[in-house]
Ligand binder design. Structure first.
Ligand SMILES: NC(=O)c1ccc[n+]([C@@H]2O[C@H](COP(=O)([O-])OP(=O)(O)OC[C@H]3O[C@@H](n4cnc5c(N)ncnc54)[C@H](O)[C@@H]3O)[C@@H](O)[C@H]2O)c1
Ligand SMILES: [Zn+2]
Length: 689
């Protein structure tokens, strides 16, 4: 089992390394490579018999590409060991102290060794050879021992000095550093390539590698490469040489190199960690890509003492930033039914750390995406979680697919209620259209009690599930029929929490009506739209009559467009929703309308203080041009007296104020027998109150 897996991993990693180092066309994301690599390292550590001569853990980089002369490096260019967390740094540091024989003595702390923190620029390592102060050769890292000679290309990089700025340079100097392409240049290069119909580079590092291997130096010159120097090698007998990495960086600067300005000399490991933390954030503001921080022991004598492992120095480590992508093994495919009935396939897999958390489930979006991924049972998948984004499955590593694995598809029936799932033409979503589906019910209950809606404490997902399962609740309205005795009989619910919950439900009725509207979970009616609608219509009844009579009037409300209006109409014309509204209104008293405190929003309450009540609940419609009052002024006066101005006439309208050129609204008012006022009559009415 372990042997087969190790072989599989070796094959996969070697192929990926070839694509990455030699072809400049990576097959997988770096974090994916890193994780598979670590899996192989773990297998090899557990059983050294598994280490094959072709294992990527024994090798640096890739073979020199054809088309260039291969040259031997005077000093080999190694790789770096990776750390992926502060804990890994501790382990590395502890090991280093041990190798240097400086472990903590009993009763005293471990000694602090100064270290240099450098940004890990995501480019390509270059080896520059100077003789008598003149650049004579530049080469890629290659396999660490031999690289490709690319001197002509490197000469075009402005930040690589062709002659060192030193009066009397050593006989030879070897400088290592990173060639890279700034992000902006990278974007421009890809835009150009797209215009010419060429495939874009995957990332700046690849663009840089591809450029360095151009056969025509003129093309390289046009690509705008830069170079940061970070390592210096001098002849052993050169006495004026630096004694620390920090001094080496100064030496490089004095010799005319560009050294990354964000290096820091850290007195101890705590300072190193602070440096890493800081750049994990600030790197996003840099004009070039970085993929971590390189930590190096400062003292060169100690570096020598610590030495090297197979392929990397013991005195340095690269801390890679939290991966946003990683591979994992698929355990099963499940389906989630949302409150709108949409069925989302979900991949459940072996937990992996991603962007700082452990992730074991990721969305597969919909049936199309599932088909596109071509997912089979037991597949190794690549999962992504970037920042706040919900984890998703980005790819399947088909090379690792078990033989004869079965293809995975969405089920034909709802996993919750068993009814046949429906996918309408032109729609990406597959839905359960059974209104009684417990999943839909649970979803709408969860939404109703959520923070932005009725904000009912004590009704978490588990409790809701319990209520639905025990058939105590069949709709949102049923929540308000629950009594403490019944609740207290439920598993895990005491008398105290039962009465608290009943009290919380009771107070929730006082929530502003826009929250209730939002809580209904109507498509396109989020918090903002709910607020806008609720500030125009005082209750669900007002809103409904506007929708029935003059839906186009809703366009006047900021943010409300055709989509929202259509969705509202659809929602209200569904039988089950109609029933829900009815029971919420009847059985619970004042739900779904503005309540006594005019609690539209906290701000308006503060603004108006106690509203006058004389014209409270009286609704006015303004139409036509009044002789002296502007429309806004008339509205202000009405509102100051406690009334409110709505835009459409219905049999609920109390007064219509009509001026010159009044149109259909006046006709409608007359037909409905609503009292019509002119400006004078309006003023009289306002003065009376
Ligand atoms: N995507 C793939 O398929 C694939 C394949 C192979 C390798 N890789 C990537 O390459 C990594 C391993 O490659 P590696 O051996 O080049 O090691 P590395 O990239 O982990 O570290 C060594 C390299 O870091 C660079 N570097 C940047 N700043 C530096 C600084 N201040 N000091 C020293 N070095 C600095 C140098 O180019 C150096 O060669 C893997 O972790 C993986 O992410 C990816
Ligand atoms: Zn269902």
């Amino acid at each position: 089992m372990a042997q087969a897996r190790a072989e599989e991993l070796r094959r996969l990693l070697n192929r990926a390394a070839h694509a990455y180092y030699v072809l400049d066309a990576p097959e997988m994301e770096d974090p994916v490579y890193d994780r598979l690599y670590r899996e192989l390292v773990a297998l090899e550590e557990a059983d050294p018999e598994l280490i094959g001569p072709d294992s990527p853990t024994r090798r640096v980089g890739g073979a020199p590409a054809e088309g260039f002369t291969s040259v031997a490096h005077r000093v080999p260019l190694l790789s770096l060991d990776n750390a992926f967390s502060p804990d890994d740094l501790d382990v590395w540091y502890g090991r280093l102290l041990k190798v240097l024989d400086r472990e903590a003595q009993e009763g005293s702390q471990a000694p602090a060794l100064p270290m240099v923190g450098e940004l890990k620029i995501d480019g390509n390592a270059l080896a520059l050879s100077y003789e008598q102060g003149v650049l004579v050769r530049a080469a890629t890292r290659g396999d660490g021992e031999r690289g490709e000679e690319i001197t002509a290309n490197v000469r075009t990089i402005r930040s690589v000095p062709l002659r060192l700025a030193l009066a009397s340079p050593p006989a030879w100097v070897e400088v290592r550093g990173e060639a890279f392409i700034p992000e902006a240049t990278f974007t421009a290069i890809n835009a150009e390539r797209a215009e010419r119909g060429e495939a874009p580079f995957a990332n700046p590092r690849n663009a840089c590698a591809g450029t360095l291997r151009q056969l025509d130096p003129k093309v390289v010159a046009a690509r705008g490469l830069s170079f940061f120097a970070y390592t210096l090698h001098l002849p052993d007998d050169w006495l004026a040489g630096p004694r620390s990495q920090w001094q080496a960086l100064d030496w490089l600067k004095a010799a005319g190199f560009c050294v990354n300005p964000h290096c820091a000399l850290c007195p101890d490991l705590a300072a190193v960690k602070a440096f890493c933390d800081r750049w994990e954030q600030e790197r996003r503001g840099l004009p070039y890509a970085t993929d971590g921080v390189v930590v190096k022991l400062d003292d060169l004598r100690l570096q020598e003492e610590a030495g090297f492992t197979q392929k990397a120095p013991r005195w340095a480590i690269a801390l890679k930033y939290a991966a946003e992508e990683a591979p994992s093994r698929l355990l099963r495919l499940t389906c989630q039914v949302g409150r709108t009935g949409v069925v989302t396939p979900v991949a459940e897999f072996e937990p992996v750390p991603l962007a700082g958390t452990s992730v074991s489930r990721a969305t597969l979006h919909n049936a199309d995406r599932l088909a596109e991924l071509d997912l089979c049972a037991g597949d190794t998948i690549v999962v992504r979680k970037a920042g706040e984004i919900i984890p998703e499955v980005v790819r399947v590593l088909k090379e690792l697919r078990p033989e004869g694995a079965a293809r995975l598809e969405l089920p034909a029936t709802c996993p919750e209620c068993g009814s046949v799932l429906v996918r309408e033409e032109g729609e990406a979503a597959t839905r359960c259209v059974n209104n009684g589906c417990p999943a839909i019910l649970r979803g709408s209950l969860r939404h109703w009690v959520s923070k932005g809606a009725l904000d009912i404490k004590g009704l978490g997902a588990k409790r809701i599930e319990q209520l639905v399962e025990n058939r105590l609740v069949h709709s949102i309205a049923d929540l308000y029929q629950l009594n403490a005795a019944l609740l207290a009989s439920m598993e895990g619910m005491g008398t105290k929490s039962a009465s608290n919950l009943v009290a919380a439900l009771e107070t929730s009725k006082q929530q502003p009506w826009y929250r209730q509207l939002y809580g209904l979970g109507i498509h396109h009616v989020g918090e903002v739209n709910a607020k806008a609608l609720a500030s125009r219509y005082r209750s669900v009844t007002d809103l409904r009559s506007a929708l029935d009579e003059t839906p186009e009037i809703l366009h006047e409300i900021p943010g409300i467009g055709e989509r929202t209006i259509q969705s509202l109409i659809n929602w209200f014309s569904t039988r089950a929703n109609e029933d829900l509204v009815k029971s919420l209104q009847q059985e619970t008293g004042n739900l779904l309308s503005e309540n006594a405190q005019f609690a539209l929003s906290d701000d308006t309450n503060q603004l108006h203080g106690q509203r006058p009540t004389a014209l409270a609940n009286k609704s006015f419609v303004l139409t036509g041009t009044l002789p002296t009052l502007k429309r806004a002024d008339a509205q202000a006066l009405i509102e100051a007296a406690g009334g409110r101005v709505i835009s459409s006439v219905s049999n609920k309208t109390d007064y219509v104020v009509a001026g010159e050129k009044a149109g259909s609204k006046l006709t409608k008012a007359k037909n409905l027998g609503i009292q019509v006022l002119d400006e004078h009559e309006l003023k009289t009415l306002l003065n009376e109150t």
